[in-house]
Design a binder for this molecule. Structure first.
Ligand code: FO1
Length: 340
């Protein structure tokens, strides 16, 4: 458990203004819980989203995790893939492949508009965050969606096939190469999103939730931006994480495979160790209940598999309740220390 102070003014502010929450998220997995949270919290939710997967493709700036979040919260996402738009058409991809262009990264016709417009605005001098706020307003999304930084941070994967940019590893190579290390180029000189740091300092902040995104590929890039870890450690509210591992497996994606390749056991204990010093609590799946007492951090056991909207909202409720329990616990601890 991390050490931090929780001033009583924070409790008063939360009660008066309505509790706010911050969530850290990558793409598909994290956006599911974010959707559940947004159903309950609406504009009281701020999402700090990974941009380590961003890249330039066909001359366009593509921000996959931001777009997955926008589409998911706007009700536009392709439910089958978890990314891209539903009811998409693919004329552009067919045409570009006919011309001998790259077909490995699929940009649907509707989705293409997002990348063209984002790239046009970036060239005109707008920041990634300003553009994201504009798209959010256009799509009617209440929750605040913040790129972790406006500066370029790029996830690089060192593999047995050499160093690959994230999308080369993830999409082009289908996560097949063996991973030796993961790096975040540009992180050291990046500035954390100012509004993200402010959201973490709000006296109304009632909890921070690290979504069940891949800790190594999707959450670590956010944590690599200077100032984010410090703000999490200093914030007055509990920080919790939801384990992305259920019964030794990842729901989707390469989390368990990467853990094995990095010499780590794919279980809740490894996740707790990964986030140790940062989190006050870990949410585990019922399948992993037997591990709960040995993790050295407060735990909440529940169903974490999110298949339908009800599952996403139910897990979001559990996270919010867990944050409440941890706030209460620390208030009691303080009272005990005070009484002693
Ligand atoms: N994922 C794929 O597996 N194949 C694709 O062709 C692909 C295209 C794509 C286009 C836009 C976008 O916003 C996301 C896209 N994704 C694709 C998903 C993306 O690569 C990953 O989900 C994230 O980067 C990992 O969080």
């Amino acid at each position: 458990m991390r050490a931090r102070a929780k001033p009583s003014e924070a409790r008063t502010a939360r009660a008066a203004a309505g509790a706010t929450y911050v969530a850290l998220s990558g793409g598909v997995g994290g956006s599911k819980l974010s959707l559940g949270l947004s159903h309950i919290l609406e504009s009281r939710l701020t999402l700090i989203v990974n941009t380590g997967d961003d890249f330039e493709h066909l001359g366009l700036h593509v921000s996959p995790d931001i777009d997955t979040m926008l589409y998911t919260l706007a009700g536009l996402v392709n439910e089958e893939t978890g990314w891209g738009r539903r009811d998409e058409t693919w004329s552009f991809m067919h045409s570009i492949e006919t011309l001998g262009g790259p077909g490995w990264f699929r940009l649907g016709d509707g989705d293409l508009a997002m990348h063209v417009e984002r790239s046009r605005r970036l060239r005109a001098g707008e920041t990634l965050n300003e553009i994201c706020a504009h798209f959010r307003a256009c799509l009617g999304v209440d929750a605040d969606i913040l790129p972790m930084s406006d500066d370029p941070v790029r996830t690089l994967v060192d593999t047995d096939k050499g160093t690959l940019a994230f999308q080369e590893y993830f999409v082009r190579e289908q996560c097949r190469p063996r991973v030796h290390a993961i790096r975040f180029e540009g992180a050291r000189n990046a500035h954390a999103q100012g509004s993200a740091l402010r959201a973490l300092q709000e006296p109304t902040l009632a909890g921070v939730i690290i979504c069940p995104s891949n800790p190594y590929l999707s959450v670590d890039p956010i944590l690599s931006v200077p100032g984010i870890v410090e703000a999490l450690r200093a914030c007055s509210a509990p920080v919790i994480a939801v384990s992305p591992i259920i019964g030794g497996k990842a729901v989707k994606g390469p989390t368990a495979k990467i853990m094995a390749e990095l010499g780590l056991e794919a279980n809740a204990s490894t996740i707790a160790t990964h986030y140790s010093g940062l989190i006050d609590g870990l949410v585990l799946d019922a399948k992993d209940a037997h591990q709960a007492s040995a993790l050295g951090v407060a735990t909440r056991v529940t169903e974490t598999l999110m298949q339908i909207l009800d599952d996403k909202v139910a897990l979001a409720r559990e996270c919010i309740a867990f944050c409440g329990e941890l706030r209460l616990g620390s208030a009691k601890d303080r009272a005990r220390i005070h009484d002693a």
